[in-house]
Ligand binder design. Structure first.
Ligand SMILES: [Fe+2]
Length: 243
């Protein structure tokens, strides 16, 4: 099947998870790196992007100020290149003690509305993770779980997904997972979540333009047609008030 390169991601229309801000995490290092990612996304039909740099106290101690500064740098140039591309910023919060302090201080950057992107350890089960999700929900936030398919400790525990789904946690799968970047186990869990109808949002989670071939592969996966036809936060945000 031949897919026009202009239309690859048009059915999704927005990206809610991407490390595109220059120089503040393990994503785009320079402004040129950022622009390369935006260029690929624009050509693929993306018209709204929420930049989500890591906030993690041990490795990526970003703050609203560091994010806002990097965003301003990129936005100035992006607005000249792509006037109809809407670029906003939020963060990908690692669920740790620091996140708890931010929740208590009510200092979170949402994707939009009250939706907050959160991640946990991919290697080991963090017993307090559910507690942090509950703290978010109790404060009126709507947690969006980044890449549920990448949490290896849960791969043999389907009940963990059910527990979080029943808490109304929104599952955001990575298109890079569907494209096979991380391996067959992650791809298989992404497929299962799509087929269960449990995916509420998709993101690229792109860090580098070199990963884009896996985005192309994702769009050719039969489950991409399924997930992009479902009602996703990606579609809701296109209708939402501009930030
Ligand atoms: Fe990420």
């Amino acid at each position: 099947m031949q897919i026009s390169p202009d239309e690859l991601l048009a059915k999704v229309g927005s990206d809610l998870h991407i490390h595109v801000l220059p120089g503040i995490d393990d994503g785009a290092a320079t402004l040129d790196d950022s622009l390369a990612l935006l260029d690929l996304h624009y050509k693929a039909g993306i018209r709204r992007i929420v930049a989500t740099p890591h906030i993690r106290s041990d490795f990526f101690p970003n703050t609203t100020d560091t994010i806002r500064e990097a965003y301003a740098k990129l936005q100035t140039v992006a607005a000249q290149h792509w006037p109809d591309l809407e670029l906003t910023y939020a963060a990908e919060y690692y669920a740790d003690d620091y996140l708890m302090t931010l929740i208590e201080a009510d200092e979170l950057l949402p994707l939009f509305d009250r939706y907050v992107l959160v991640e946990t350890s991919m290697r080991s089960e963090q017993p307090y993770f559910t507690h942090i999700l509950r703290a978010l929900i109790d404060k009126g936030w709507k947690p969006v779980l980044a890449h549920p398919e990448r949490y290896r400790p849960w791969h043999q525990r389907p009940e963990r997904y059910a527990e979080l789904y029943e808490m109304n946690v929104i599952f955001q799968i990575n298109l890079l997972s569907l494209g096979g970047l991380y391996g067959s186990a992650e791809q298989a869990v992404a497929e299962r979540l799509i087929q269960q109808g449990w995916v509420g949002a998709v993101g690229s989670d792109l860090h580098h333009a070199t990963q884009y071939r896996y985005i192309h592969r994702a769009t050719q996966h039969p489950d991409f047609a399924i997930v992009s036809s479902q009602l996703l936060l990606n579609h809701t945000i296109l209708q939402a008030d501009k930030a």
